[in-house]
Design a protein around this ligand. Sequence first.
Ligand code: ACO
Length: 427
Amino acid sequence: MKKDTFTFTNNKTNESYEFDILEGTRGPSVVDISTFYKKTGMFTYDVGYTSTASCRSDITFIDGEKGELLYRGVAIEELAENHTYLETCYLLLNGNLPTSEELLDFDLELRHRSFIDENLKHLINSFPDRAHPMSILASGVSALSSFYYEHLEDTNEDMRQEMARRIIAKIPTIAAFSYRKSLGIPEIYPDIDRSFTENFLYMMRAYPGGKMKRTKDGSNEIKEIEVKALDAIFTLHADHEQNASTTTVRTVGSTGAHPYVAISAGISALWGRAHGGANESVIAQLEMIGDVKNVDKFIERAKDPNDNFRLMGFGHRVYKNFDPRARALKKLQDQLKDELNLDSKLMEIASKIEEIALKDEYFIKRKLYPNIDFYSGVILTALKIDRPMFTPIFVIGRTVGWVTQLMELQQSSEFKITRPRQLYIGK
Ligand code: ACO
């Protein structure tokens, strides 16, 4: 059968070059330009890789026009509503949802692996007071490579799975310890009687000795709706194809570096305001706006080409109609509002921004819609989580995605060090 090809013609020399067109199972076709330089003596130019597929992958699929996101073929809405985060982790790592027995084994293994070496705890404690938890988290995960140096040599699937389960289990503990260090309060060790997500809330909230805060109505436990909401947040963040932090993880991994160092690099990449740091910036911005009566003024600023003010939590490189994760979170936000009886000023401002922006010509024309960060910050605030922990929570959710992408890279027959070229414009 004849392969489809794409012909490039150099209009200066009239020479034509043919390249294969590759077909995936879904999404746009891809022109294979890996021999472009060899054939033409030229490079291609694509700042920010907006038109470049950097790998073959069967993990996550996004249709930005349709607002569709699938993990291993399963729709994100189905996972967020009907499955837990741990089931989603299993799905990403193994390609299928677990049976109840497989889930139980996976869950128990993660609970038992959730503890960290005491020396890593000392390292976390040596950070200055009020250090941002993201900086402690990135360093802690990088340091984890020295506690599990053997993962540098992982050569088979079982060893790689162990490496993956270990980091997924420990990330919430390192994140919670980082948070408590940033507040100057003693850390709380994991409680293996609690589920993955409940345990994280427990390590964040408990008093020394593992006691929970007493309230006047006698309730001192973590509410089920809170666990459900945070679990869905983890699920909705679990993977997102070849975004900036995942590309960073793959790039560092492509050099043969230790997997936990590659993940630490992903954490650093995620921290930026244009990526995972946006959820923190959304709340900072809502607080700065301060009152619904000021919303119009800030919308005008966002539209002013001479003002570099941007509405945080709006716009996305890939989603140009709606972000399906944002839609799922909006539903969750409304549910939380009802069940927790929330009457928050921030929610009021956020709703007003959303209402105005979705009808405004500027945002419609540029296809700017609320993204996942627009809602996650408001929900995390409702869960009484402090702002500096928003991005670490994104990290906890995303770790499974990074590690799955890294494992796919390690097993790929096309494994190659990442090495783009440039258009030199210097002396
Ligand atoms: N507020 C106001 N205007 C905006 C916004 C915004 N949030 N986002 C984009 N625009 C405008 C730009 O000014 C530009 O206008 P112009 O055509 O008149 O020059 C146009 O929309 C296109 O913007 P780009 O920056 O080219 O779009 P790109 O797809 O490269 O950027 C990004 C996507 C980085 C997410 C951008 O929309 C943004 O900065 N948003 C705010 C930060 C944010 O929410 N980041 C989280 C992303 S989701 C995540 O990482 C999980």
